[in-house]
Design a protein around this ligand. Sequence first.
Ligand SMILES: [Fe+2]
Ligand SMILES: [Fe+2]
Length: 304
Amino acid sequence: MIRLIHFSDIHLTVRPLGWSWRDCFNKRVFGWLNVHMLGRGRRFAQAPRIVQRLRDEILARQPEGVIFSGDASHFGFAAEISEAAAELGLQAGAGLPPGVAVPGNHDYYVGPAATSGAFERFFAVWQQGVRLENRPYPFAVRLGPLWLIAVQAAHPHVAVWDASGRIGNSQLQDVQRLCRQLEGGTRVVVCHYPLLAEDRQPEPWHRRLRDWAAACQTVCHCGIALWLHGHRHRWYWLAADQNLPCPTIGAGSATQSGRAGYLEYTFYETHLSVLRRVYDPDTDRYRDAEHFQLALPTAVTPSV
Ligand SMILES: [Fe+2]
Ligand SMILES: [Fe+2]
């Protein structure tokens, strides 16, 4: 048995952000307008306080591991990502359990945000795992009977409306190579993007994981038992069916007003018990909200 906490999409920001003259000509300008003029900022106004409570929850509930599926920031500034990691207590000696963190599209908002390595630097504590050569992704973290496999799909885009992701053939092949090297254990993917949305269809073109179909094939080849993700701010889960090779669970946003919460997983061999805990602004505490059980596929031996 192992117990994990999964949260996502905390979208913290900070002042000063560290604007450069280049940012006046890229997507960050429109993102800033969206946050400060068009209402997005109001939806995340309580995010700093909620992240502090989330850190208290993690320390109090003492899970064996933590999963963060991305979107630490609004605009991918290093100052925002640093603030997010600090507020979560990721500095050395803070007592947080081991974990897995992957970036979201907001953490790679523009080209320099992706190439700076800021996310990987500030979330390094949750980026320790088995890798192929020196490639940053994918990597696999052993936690009890599980292999958590971190897959990176976030990319910067020029177009303001484009929030899509792509894993890429090269990384999908690396996932298969990595899985061949792993010892036995239940394989669980952690990726910012879902395979399918709540209606079991791919997300709209400008938001979807573009190579979701290829990712589904890799799930089959590697015997992946579960796909954990963020990106969509409302939490949901999907059972496997003929179009979806494994169950998927999206944690939703941990900090958005009216939706703030996280998931606590208890794995019993091939059974997963999921508890949804939500943040109550009236009491400034978390409370139990929903609970469900899920049977995972038993085959964990990759067929590649
Ligand atoms: Fe998000
Ligand atoms: Fe996202």
